[in-house]
Design a protein around this ligand. Structure first.
Ligand SMILES: Cc1cc2nc3c(=O)[nH]c(=O)nc-3n(C[C@H](O)[C@H](O)[C@H](O)COP(=O)(O)OP(=O)(O)OC[C@H]3O[C@@H](n4cnc5c(N)ncnc54)[C@H](O)[C@@H]3O)c2cc1C
Length: 338
């Protein structure tokens, strides 16, 4: 069997898997449609201000992920943060939540994906449209039509809706797609239904403003969470907030024009937090597949013939779950190659 591994997706699951496979001595190539690595752990610059507009921070609970985060801290790409947290009820003043230490990418969230990509063969701006099995190897075809041949194992770490699309076009010459692949498709279909969207709004303000918290949680119909980016360590001092809309509201206006969405989220925010200064810039990002309802697949779905599926959604809905899946995928890929 060909001893090369292709990984689709350079988020936490894909990069963790790639590092595990490379550490076991196998050749690995990672493909991602985006222009930078990290997946849902990105940072966007707008008018000179950086916003962590995906996962704003993360927790480390299990021993393996704690060790990994310690390595990131030692390498200078992650650090702790103890934000002042409050929770808003539908009306009235917010309740102060107990302090909790979380982790951040340093100096921005995207630093972690960049650091994990170092020394790996990561091909960016490569959207994989078709995967095909020919004889004992796999071929991946980019949307542009370009082929990448000769892989013994293919690992997909894309969200379930996108994995369903990849499996829909799956061509396994001479082999039936019944059995494991059909089972994998059924699991993907359940997982796809459970994936929820989020709109993220990025705001910068013309004057400093301290509302007495760094992170606010809301139970309102529109708002879910607001994070003061400038309150994080090592960030630019320009007042810059990231506001996540609730899953239900995001779903209801998924196809609405971004300017309208921005207007509505900002109006809801100003209604809850009086005194916010005037905005100097406003930007949105639509996360069509933001977070999952866990599928409890222990990180890996084996679709047969050396095709493995994973990602955060196979373990949970957080960055640590993506890491756990990446480790499980690496172990499965290596055992398949041995
Ligand atoms: C708004 C928001 C808030 C969040 N808040 C938190 C939080 O507070 N704490 C926490 O721990 N987690 C949070 N998360 C979740 C966390 O970001 C994810 O669990 C984690 O980043 C998922 O990693 P992954 O590798 O499984 O998937 P992803 O990061 O989504 O990686 C999949 C990659 O596949 C690529 N891709 C997709 N299709 C193709 C294709 N056809 N060809 C090539 N590449 C493709 C994508 O570009 C992407 O880079 C949040 C996420 C969002 C969006």
């Amino acid at each position: 069997m060909t001893k090369r591994v292709a990984i689709i997706g350079a988020g936490m699951a894909g990069l963790t898997c790639a590092r595990g496979v490379a550490a076991a001595g196998y050749e690995v190539v990672v493909f991602d449609k985006a222009r930078g690595p990290g997946g849902r752990l990105p940072t966007r610059r707008r008018d000179g201000v950086a916003f962590d507009h995906g996962a704003p921070y993360f927790s480390a609970r299990g021993a393996a992920f704690k060790d990994e985060v310690d390595r990131w801290r030692d390498a200078g790409v992650a650090g702790p943060w103890k934000p002042r947290r409050v929770q808003f009820a539908p009306s009235g003043p917010p309740r102060i939540l107990p302090p909790e230490t979380v982790w951040l990418g340093q100096p921005r969230m995207s630093a972690i994906g960049r650091s994990l990509s170092e020394s790996l063969d990561v091909r960016l701006a490569c959207r994989i449209a078709v995967i095909e099995r020919e004889g004992d190897h796999w071929t991946l075809q980019e949307e542009s039509g370009r082929d990448h041949r000769g892989f013994g194992v293919v690992v997909s770490t894309v969200p379930p809706v996108q994995a369903t699309e990849l499996l829909a076009g799956l061509s396994v010459s001479g082999l039936s797609v019944a059995g494991r692949a059909a089972d994998a498709r059924a699991k993907l279909s359940d997982a796809a239904d459970a994936m929820v969207p989020r709109w993220s709004l990025m705001l910068s303000f013309e004057a400093p403003f301290d509302p007495g918290f760094d992170v606010a949680e809301f139970n309102g119909p529109v708002l879910e969470r607001a994070i003061r980016n400038e309150a994080k360590p090592l960030r630019d001092p320009t007042p810059a907030w990231v506001v996540h809309a609730s899953a239900g509201w995001s779903h209801s206006c998924l196809e609405a024009p971004p300017t309208e969405v921005a207007e509505q989220i900002e109006t809801a925010l100003r209604a809850r937090i009086p005194g916010l200064p005037a905005t100097t810039s406003r930007d949105t990002h639509r996360w069509r597949y933001a977070t999952a309802n866990p599928q409890r697949e222990r990180g890996v779905i084996d679709a047969g013939h050396g095709l493995l599926l994973g990602g955060d959604w196979t373990c949970g809905a957080e960055l640590e779950d993506a890491f756990d899946s990446g480790q499980a995928l690496a172990a499965a890929a290596v055992s398949r190659l041995q």
